[in-house]
Structures are given as structure tokens and as C-alpha cells.
Design a protein. Structure first.
Length: 481
């Protein structure tokens, strides 16, 4: 039995019929030079050739490594140098790298620390690749992620296979939502591959309500409720139920009976901002109250309450007796139902001075009222009283004509005089309303005359009659009103 004792192994690759390169030689002193392209890339799977394992490992393959590979064994046979070339050739075809890194993108939540992992493609041994992370915001260029933690890891799966990976640990925030993170793996001889993933960060901002919460009666209420979140929130407008509003108690929203508004609403979504607009046309005072915007985001409920007021004004109303007796008190109340409450003043026609307001002035239930009290009135207090209500930039007025009455009296300069047989009596009386003067005893006389004149609140009545015996004649003047 002949035994060839192996001393050297020689591997060659032929890229054409005439071109053959030595890629590996166990005898480093051999004159046949190893191809520079393979230097440092080829090694025996089993360094001890006595174990009869001639397998080789070629690391960091490139497309130029394609070709037919052949093995030659050199040694001694019966003490003589000899060798053997294995005629079978192994054809290797190397294609360009098409595999991409595997990026694990876990669910992200704002405020929590999360870790992304990137695994380089392939499981072969060879040079350790470089793995880098880049981040791209909306409309921005790639930039390296700062303020985060990266870690590289190599895992030996078998004697000749390795897995290379990198982890990126970051504190998730809303600004990361919708942005791209790329993992780039760089091998030797300028071979690179990368994979890009889009970050989805679960987050929700505070609910915001915009719009004018004070509207004039008859105009439209337009309120927009918006919340920035991912995934988008479900937004609805509510108003507290009448029962809860009448009780005047604050209830837990989870048990609050809410009536879904039947008015027009418009939904608007831009990027991660969800908006719901409430429109109520022709507002009335009954629409005043608390409006509630509720945003449901996953298992969270966010609430924003706003108080809506309707600006309105009714006519001035004057109550009280406008006809008073002299010596009594004049008591008039002017009220205006409005919101916000009106400022009320009293004046008298012909005077620019505000009259004294009595102690009963009050503001209650959105009704502004002012009570005018004048004690012990006299005739001079008769006239037109004006109630003026100032509401925002408008002014309204109401008028009351006040009449002070007093009992009629016969003035002292009233009396009678006789000339010959003619008796003349004059009766002068004042009062309001204008008094009436009568002469009840004249019915006993057949002939007489009465002349009555009026001046302002004074009545002058003159009676003339003929008497033969004036000492037995009686005349009576009666004034009444």
C-alpha cells in the first residue's frame, strides 16, 4: 500500500482557461506567490493537515472571487517528492450583496426608553463590519443620532459563523413620530447595505379649545377642539345634561350623563393633529353653559371644559307708582335683563346730574336693576324721570312721567265784600290735580253769576249776587280735587 505523506496544500482559482492564481499555500517558502487579492482572507478550516481535512475558508467575498477552485497536494511517496492535483473543480459564483440588515422596531411610547436592534446580513466569519445609525426628521437630511446609546455585539454561532448586531437605545418623544431611522452596515472593500424603518411613537398632548366663548345672541358659536397624538384621538363635543346642571353639583365624568350635541361638527386631520369643530348657529340664552370636549386616545380619556356665555340685552322696564301724594316717598325701580349686567343711572329731564340711588340697588340673575327712592316728595318733584342702561357699547333708555298730587286748599286772600246791594265773593284754591270750586248755598238765590279762571295749579272763582239785607246772607266756598 502506497501512502502519500502530505507536506503542503495548494489551492488555486482559475478565472479563465489560461489565468490561474494561487490563493493559498501551506508552504510559505514556496516561490509561487499567493495572489494579493486573497492575502489574509484564506485559511484552513482545520489547521492540522494531518487530520486530513483540507477545507478552506475564504472571508470577505467579492464578485471578483468568482471562478473555478482546485486543490493540489504535495508530499513524499516512497521517499520521493510527489504530488497530486484533484481534477474536480469547484465553481464559485459570487453575486453582489442584495441582503439588507434586519432591523427590529419595537412599539415606542413617549417618555419611555426603547431599544432598536440591527443585525448584519450573513452568518459567515470574516472581518467585523461597522454598523452605524442615522436619523432623518421630516424634510431633513440624515444626521447621526446624538444623546442616545448604541452597543455592538458579536455572537459566535459555530466555529465559522458569527452574527453581528447593534442596538440603539433612545428616550422616545413625540418628535420621533413619523421620522426615519437607518441602520447602515459597512463591510470591507467599500461594500455597504442599509435598512430604513419609520418610527411610530405612541403619544398624546393636551387638549386645546380655540374660538370665542362669548358670542352675541343670534350669532354663531364656533369652537374647535384639537389634540396632537398618535394614533389619532377620537374627539367628540358634549354638553352637560340638564339634570346635572340643575342640581348644581360637580359629578364624575365617568358617571355624568352627557348629551351628544346634534349641531354641525366638522372633523379635520392634519399630520398627527385631530380637530373637531362645533358650530351652533343663531345662539340663544339657553345655549349658555359648559361645553365639554372629550378626546379618547387608546385607553386614556382627556377632557377640556369651556364656559360659553351669550351676550344679550332686553328692554328697560320701570316698575313702581308714578303718581304719589305730597309727603309720600317716590319709589321707582328700573331693571334690564342682560349679560354682562348693564350699568343703570337715573336722571330727571332737564338735568344732567344723576339722581341718588336708594339702598335697594342690586344686580342679580343677570338682571341689572336700580331703585330710585325720594322720600317726602313735594310738587316740585313732578316731571319726567329717565332710566339709562349702559350695556357694553350701547345705551338704552326708558321714561316715567311722575305726578305728585296734593289736597286742595282755600287761600287766605279769599273773601267777600259788599257795595250797595251787590255782594262779591272771591274763592282762590290751589291743588293737584286742579281743584273744583263750588258754591253750595247759592241754590237759595235766584239770581247770581259765577266767573272762574285758572292759572297753573290755582283756580279763582268769583260769585256776584244782589242782596237787600247782607247781614242775613250766607255764602260758602267748597274746593275739592
Amino acid at each position: 500500500m502506497l501512502v502519500l505523506i502530505m507536506t503542503t496544500l495548494l489551492f488555486s482559482v482559475g478565472r479563465s482557461k489560461t489565468d490561474t492564481d494561487i490563493i493559498f499555500h501551506t508552504n510559505k517558502n514556496n516561490n509561487r506567490t499567493q495572489s494579493s487579492e486573497f492575502k489574509g482572507r484564506v485559511s484552513l478550516l482545520e489547521p492540522d493537515v494531518r487530520r486530513r481535512n483540507c477545507s478552506i475558508i475564504v472571508n470577505d467575498l467579492t464578485e471578483s472571487d468568482s471562478g473555478s477552485y482546485q486543490l493540489r497536494v504535495n508530499g513524499y511517496l516512497n521517499g520521493m517528492k510527489d504530488g497530486f492535483t484533484f481534477s474536480p473543480r469547484t465553481t464559485v459564483s459570487v453575486k453582489g450583496l442584495t441582503q439588507k440588515p434586519t432591523v427590529m422596531n419595537p412599539p415606542l411610547t413617549e417618555g419611555q426608553q426603547s431599544t432598536l436592534s440591527c443585525t448584519a446580513p450573513g452568518l459567515c466569519s470574516g472581518s467585523v463590519p461597522k454598523i452605524s445609525w442615522t436619523w432623518r426628521g421630516a424634510g431633513e437630511k440624515d444626521s447621526h443620532i446624538t444623546g442616545n446609546i448604541t452597543a455592538f455585539r458579536t455572537e459566535n454561532l459555530t466555529a465559522v459563523t458569527q452574527r453581528h448586531s447593534s442596538t440603539l437605545t433612545l428616550n422616545s418623544s413625540a418628535e420621533h413620530q413619523g421620522t426615519n431611522v437607518s441602520c447602515k452596515v459597512s463591510f470591507t472593500i467599500n461594500i455597504t447595505t442599509e435598512e430604513t424603518v419609520t418610527l411610530n411613537v405612541t403619544y398624546v398632548k393636551e387638549v386645546k379649545v380655540t374660538g370665542n366663548t362669548s358670542v352675541k345672541e343670534g350669532e354663531s358659536l364656533i369652537l374647535s377642539c384639537s389634540v396632537e397624538s398618535f394614533p389619532p384621538s377620537l374627539i367628540k363635543w358634549y354638553t352637560s345634561s340638564d339634570r346635572n346642571m340643575q342640581n348644581g353639583t360637580e359629578t364624575n365624568l365617568q358617571h355624568d350623563i352627557l348629551a351628544d350635541l346634534l349641531n354641525e361638527t366638522e372633523t379635520f386631520l392634519q399630520e398627527n393633529i385631530k380637530m373637531e369643530t362645533l358650530v351652533i348657529s343663531k345662539m340663544t340664552t339657553t345655549n349658555s353653559g359648559q361645553y365639554i370636549c372629550i378626546a379618547n386616545h387608546l385607553n386614556n380619556t382627556l377632557v377640556k371644559k369651556v364656559d360659553v356665555t351669550v351676550i344679550y340685552k332686553r328692554k328697560c322696564v320701570i316698575t313702581g307708582d308714578t303718581t304719589v301724594k305730597e309727603g309720600d316717598a317716590l319709589n321707582l325701580t328700573c331693571s334690564v335683563e342682560s349679560f354682562p349686567p348693564s350699568h343703570i343711572t337715573w336722571t330727571v329731564l332737564g338735568s344732567n346730574t344723576n339722581l341718588h340711588i336708594g339702598p335697594d340697588t342690586h344686580l342679580q340673575n343677570n338682571t341689572g336693576s336700580a331703585t330710585l327712592v325720594i322720600p317726602n316728595v313735594t310738587a316740585e318733584y313732578s316731571g319726567q324721570y329717565i332710566c339709562t342702561a349702559q350695556h357694553l357699547n350701547t345705551t338704552v333708555a326708558a321714561y316715567a312721567d311722575v305726578t305728585v298730587t296734593w289736597f286742595s286748599t282755600v287761600l287766605k286772600n279769599s273773601g267777600c265784600e259788599v257795595q250797595s246791594e251787590v255782594l262779591t265773593c272771591v274763592c282762590i284754591s290751589e291743588g293737584f290735580p286742579l281743584p273744583t270750586i263750588t258754591w253750595p248755598l247759592l241754590k237759595n238765590h235766584a239770581e247770581y253769576s259765577v266767573i272762574t279762571t285758572v292759572s297753573h295749579d290755582t283756580v279763582n272763582s268769583t260769585v256776584t249776587l244782589t242782596v237787600k239785607d247782607h247781614s242775613n246772607t250766607s255764602v260758602e266756598c267748597v274746593s275739592s280735587n
